[in-house]
Design a protein around this ligand. Structure first.
Ligand code: ATP
Length: 270
């Protein structure tokens, strides 16, 4: 069977209200929503609509969520693939996949292309890695640059890419007319964590003793993904104990479990 080339979502349901915190990033990326919704307003004054934006920030902070919300807000199709998918590709497949992706996105324009983990393909060229396969990665990167240069500013396809390593990217990617806008997506602060909790406790049956303010204070360094995971763990812990609602203690137990998991993960890395 033929492997799936990329994902596409024609009817995106995600909107900015699903993205808690990240007010600055949302404000910056609102521009792209506006471009997609009414390009003429911009081009009529002679302006060129940007082709790409790069979301930069640690894992799990909502980069994919934010990109998807742009598609949802603008009501346009969302095409996505992950740079790491290219790494194990057979020769020639990466470049042709990029070509297909851009072709499809242009046919469905206005649209969004989202490339997660762009550093996997977009690392500076000419610095060989130990695993080899560099030529294939370079071919894929070159194809990506070709596609971005190839479509005119009137195409109405905007490419959003995400990375947690902007420093390793090939400078060619950051040049004007490519990913010339960078938007920072940071770990949430105390207030933002409280907002993320509010999003993720929605489906959960809470006991009235749950203190979200306290939980937000107990979770410094947690990403949005960690908080989502925490809420789910708390519900599972409560269910295992046969409870009718999720109590404050279940959240605390889940914090311990997740902090333990994070510590283990860090030990493996270092
Ligand atoms: P990675 O770099 O690992 O791909 P990412 O920055 O793209 O991570 P997402 O995949 O968007 O992160 O986040 C994973 C999940 O974590 C989301 O689907 C959502 O459930 C939750 N999440 C992350 N950030 C937020 C946020 N700001 N508001 C609400 N939920 C969030």
């Amino acid at each position: 069977s033929k492997a799936k080339l990329f994902d596409q979502d024609q009817k995106v349901k995600t909107s900015f209200k699903d993205v808690a915190g990240l007010e600055g990033a949302k404000e910056e990326i609102q521009e792209i929503v506006d471009f997609l919704k009414s390009p003429d307003r911009y081009t009529s004054l002679g302006g060129k609509i940007p082709k790409g934006a790069l979301l930069v920030g640690p894992p799990g902070t909502g980069k994919t969520l934010l990109a998807k919300a742009v598609a949802g807000e603008a009501n346009v199709p969302f095409f996505s693939l992950s740079g790491s998918d290219f790494v194990e590709m057979f020769v020639g497949v990466g470049a042709s996949r990029v070509r297909d992706l851009f072709k499809q996105a242009q046919q469905k324009a206005p649209s969004i292309i989202f490339i997660d983990e762009i550093d996997a393909v977009g690392r500076a060229r000419g610095k060989s890695n130990m695993t080899g396969g560099n030529d294939e990665r370079e071919n894929t990167l070159n194809q990506l640059l070709t596609e971005m240069d190839g479509f005119g500013t009137d195409t109405n396809v905007i490419v959003i890419a995400a990375t947690n390593r902007a420093d390793v990217l090939d400078k060619a990617l950051l040049r004007a007319g490519r990913f010339d806008r960078q938007i920072y997506v940071d770990l949430p602060n105390l207030t933002e964590r409280a907002e993320i909790f509010k999003v993720h406790i929605k489906p959960i049956k809470l006991h009235k003793d749950v203190d979200l303010e306290f939980l937000s204070q107990q979770t410094p360094g947690f990403s949005g993904a960690d908080i989502a995971n925490l809420c789910n763990e708390a519900a599972l812990i409560a269910a295992r104990k046969g409870k009718k609602a999720v109590h404050h203690q279940d959240f605390l137990d889940a914090v311990d479990r997740i902090v333990g998991g994070l510590e283990k993960k860090n030990k493996i890395i270092t």
